[in-house]
Design a protein around this ligand. Structure first.
Ligand code: 4AD
Ligand code: MG
Length: 431
């Protein structure tokens, strides 16, 4: 193959003649000049084809190009302040790879179902590409944050014999002769890992067979789960606010062009700086009641409640100390008030809802045993977890960040379906 230059590298070749590999995004023509909108995945550039400067066959090749045709283009790189990239290619030669017929996604508006059925092609749209670039930057920043702070990456299993977050939304499968479930959360395993390595985090796919068709729910989503030995509820919250500020500011610093492509209001992201406000569940219930919401102490919040609470803040808010009655079995009760637990949900601003759920964990073996019987959990299936409280139990805390909700918020998207290349949603397993 000939040596190609990537579009993002063209600025290093001003005045030189180079070959690029590309697809045609679009084309304009004004008599003796054709303007080719070219993309190669790394960027976009306009190719200018001037009839008087090239052979007849190159001119005809340019004329035959349709949307998403693939081609090699040879041209001289010129600075062009009027173009978005700052550069332009004066075309000298064209070698067509394929002239595409009837590309199904045209510049006109298509419905979301239509686009979702063609997600494998829709990914090529500038906005979709920008979202995936931002997602990758978010992942890089997440790993950098924990790696720089002495956390060790540990991978919990995907196939598990028991549940972590309740039994109602488990994906069941056979594991030879045994029953198995796709993991809902690696947390319990991360607690074991924290007892071995001190500070750990996991980063992997999790699965919930939730029959909820909302803009915040995926069936398969990626979760980041840090777990820290000798860390209490307070310190857990401090890590979370530092973490989220770091990730958002990394995106602001490194993805400005992509944020502009998707039309995100960057000033809203710039204000995401620790510390974050905190409000207890009790206060939140009072605020909601004052706003006329029908909610009583002891009831869980729904998405509209979270949105109402978040409206008062320009950065994420922690709702802390929820009633033990509807929270997970492993959360540590507040010693001063055992009917609430040392937990927090982090609610993103602008109506994006809960992005983090976390808590201090029960470290007392006896209390954990009581919770097991209240929740009718099999001590056999979880014996290994109970062992952790038998052999050198220590105070510890952790949390789980949902990647797709975080991407939706940072990108300002209406729906999580655009935050991952191939979303798994209720009734959608294709493509
Ligand atoms: O609040 P959740 O259920 O917490 C846990 O799973 C804990 N075991 C985490 C831990 O402490 N290690 O889920 C954590 C986060 C939520 O805040 C949300 O961002 C995301 O995971 N999440 C989902 N994201 C997309 N689709 C779904 N169906 C989700 N369910 C949870
Ligand atoms: Mg939660």
């Amino acid at each position: 193959m000939r040596t190609l230059t990537r579009i993002t590298q063209l600025h290093q070749h001003v005045g030189e003649s180079v070959w690029i590999g590309s697809w045609l995004n679009g084309k304009r023509s004004s008599g003796k000049i054709q303007f080719l909108q070219l993309r190669d995945g790394t960027g976009y550039i306009q190719g200018v084809v001037v009839k008087s400067e090239i052979t007849e066959s190159v001119w005809e090749a340019a004329k035959s190009l349709t949307q998403e045709s693939s081609l090699y283009v040879k041209g001289t790189v010129r600075e062009e302040p009027r173009s978005a990239s700052g550069y332009e290619l004066t075309v000298e030669d064209i070698e067509i790879i394929q002239v595409t017929q009837d590309y199904p996604i045209t510049p006109k508006e298509h419905g979301v179902d239509y686009l979702m059925d063609r997600r494998h092609l829709w990914l090529r749209a500038p906005k979709q590409r920008a979202i995936l670039v931002i997602r990758a930057e978010i992942i890089r920043a997440i790993q950098a944050f924990f790696d720089e702070r002495g956390f060790t990456l540990v991978d919990p299993p995907i196939l598990t014999p028991s549940s972590c977050e309740g039994t109602t939304n488990l994906f069941h499968t056979k594991y030879f002769d045994e029953d198995a479930y796709l993991t809902q959360s690696g947390q319990l395993y991360m607690e074991a890992a924290a007892m071995a390595l001190g500070k750990v985090y996991s980063f992997g796919p999790t699965f919930r067979a939730e029959k909820s068709k909302t803009r915040r729910h995926l069936i398969e989503f990626w979760m980041i789960e840090p777990e820290m030995a000798f860390v209490d509820h307070e310190e857990n919250l401090r890590v979370q606010e530092q973490f989220i500020s770091y990730v958002v500011q990394s995106v602001v610093a490194n993805c400005r062009a992509e944020l502009e492509t998707i039309g995100r209001d960057i000033s809203k992201l710039e204000s995401i700086q620790a510390p974050f406000p905190r409000i207890t569940y009790d206060e939140a219930v009072r605020v909601l009641q004052e706003q006329g919401q029908e909610i009583a102490w002891g009831e869980d919040f729904g998405a509209p409640h979270e949105t109402l609470i978040a409206q008062s803040y320009d950065r994420p808010v922690f709702i802390t100390h929820y009633p033990a009655s509807f929270k997970a079995f492993y959360m540590k009760p507040d010693p001063a008030r055992p009917e609430v637990v040392l937990c927090a949900d982090m609610i993103a601003p602008e109506g994006y809802g809960e992005i983090i759920g976390g808590s201090q964990r029960i470290d007392d073996p006896q209390l954990l045993a009581e919770r097991f019987s209240e929740h009718e959990l099999s001590t056999e299936a979880y014996q290994w977890y109970l062992d952790l409280r038998q052999y050198g139990t220590v105070p510890h805390s952790g949390f789980g960040l949902g990647l797709e909700r975080t991407v939706a918020w940072i990108c300002g998207l209406d729906h999580v379906r655009e935050t991952i290349a191939f979303p798994r949603m209720l009734y959608r397993l294709y493509p």
